[in-house]
Design a protein around this ligand. Structure first.
Ligand code: FEO
Length: 395
């Protein structure tokens, strides 16, 4: 048999997932500069064997071969579907074919998804509820419902004897490489980006899930993407901060400019905020990466949106960004809106309409005609100082 990479993470518990080094796009939205991994885990016990999650379509044979290097798939009793999204559940039809006695274990909401997405026959589905357990002999699986993290059916699986939490997407990062998170130098940067892209819109549900597991003794967190956390405090502390919406004295500047006028006022705003001691993240929307922007929104206390008027409204890149900003639901408290127009304005009004009822305090706006005058620059300095004051007072 061809050698396959597997990792033993505890006695009779193995990582049997796949590394997708070349993947660069997820959901036709999220860029993956470092690829990703689809983590699946095989648990072998005296009286039973269970596979926790599967892999993305295209990696079925790789998963099967890894399992075969440890045991015969015919001996698998349970395939646990913590989450129905195809990057983890896409190989379920294959696995249920090669593991003919295996039952698919899922939540009541996952049951319908298993039938709709993967044509799993009813008789092969075992629905589990909150805190229900399955004994494999000397290993026990406990199921913890974690709805909307980030689909309705999501759940965590807890391996009681080894104190391993398998939370599927939660606590993940899109990294193809890296086995253990404490060995990955910039793990938190990637985890923050992933949180911003995937989990941030569901902060309330994340807080509920974190409360549920707060009293659970967890030795290892084994997510479905990225490295495994054998020192869980690091990622748990970060998730507690992010779910609570803790921000830093930081402003994210997101802007687009056509003929450098919006650029000039945005740069002056950056100068003023920096002078006031505010940490800055600077994103030119014509070239920035959406994932980087999402990462910065996780802990920014303010956003500065800059956009010229074009075609009767805000520049389309700013329209897209405002929409995304609302959808990601960051904990941002303050906003400043800046714009320049050639012969007819309207961008700021357009952005304010797009923001609608989104709970954010607009500290200042400035819409100028053409390049900024010295008076415009003084106005920007004043708005910047007011914003900095708000940011500092919020601490
Ligand atoms: Fe990694 Fe929501 O799937």
């Amino acid at each position: 048999m061809i050698e396959r990479n597997i990792t033993k993470i505890a006695e009779n518990v193995y990582w049997v997932g796949a590394r997708d080094w070349n993947r660069r796009l997820f959901d036709a939205l999220i860029s993956l500069p470092k690829g990703t991994a689809y983590n699946a885990y095989l648990i072998m016990s005296r009286n039973g064997k269970a596979l926790i999650d599967t892999v993305n379509p295209g990696f079925e044979k790789e998963l099967e071969e890894k399992i075969r290097s440890l045991t015969s798939p015919e001996e698998i009793d349970y395939v646990i579907m913590n989450h129905a999204e195809p990057d983890h559940a896409g190989a379920i039809p294959h696995m249920l074919r090669v593991a003919p006695k295996a039952k698919l274990v899922t939540t009541s909401r996952g049951e319908k998804m298993a039938r709709v997405f993967y044509n799993v026959p009813q008789e092969r589905i075992k629905v589990v509820g909150e805190n229900e357990t399955i004994s494999l002999g000397d290993k026990t699986l406990r199921f913890i419902e974690a709805p909307m993290l980030h689909w309705p059916e999501t759940m965590f699986t807890y391996l009681e004897e080894d104190k391993i939490l398998f939370p599927c997407d939660f606590f993940g990062s899109h990294l193809a490489g890296g086995v253990y998170s404490d060995e990955v130098e910039d793990l938190l940067v990637h985890a923050q980006r992933y949180w911003g892209e995937i989990m941030m819109p569901f902060r309330a549900m994340a807080q509920k899930a974190l409360q549920k597991i707060a009293n659970l003794e967890v030795r290892i967190i084994a997510p479905s993407h990225g490295p495994i956390h054998r020192k869980p405090e690091l990622i748990l502390n970060a998730y507690n901060r992010w779910a609570a919406g803790e921000t830093r004295p930081k402003a994210t500047i997101a802007y687009v400019s056509m003929w450098n006028s919006t650029d000039a006022i945005v740069r002056q705003m950056a100068e003023t905020l920096a002078t006031e001691g505010i940490e800055l993240a600077f994103h030119n929307l014509a070239m920035t990466d959406v994932g980087d922007l999402a990462k910065d929104l996780v802990d920014s206390r303010a956003i500065v949106l800059g956009a010229p008027t074009v075609l009767g409204g805000a520049h389309p890149l700013a329209v897209y960004t405002t929409y995304l900003f609302k959808a990601l639901r960051p904990p941002t408290r303050f906003a400043v809106l800046l714009s320049s127009y050639g012969w007819g304005g309207g961008a700021i009004k357009h952005i304010q309409e797009l923001l609608g009822q989104f709970k954010i305090e607009v500290v200042g706006t400035l819409e100028i005609n053409g390049p900024p005058t010295e008076e415009n620059m003084r106005q920007i300095v004043n708005i910047g100082r007011a914003l900095a004051k708000k940011i500092r007072e919020e601490a």
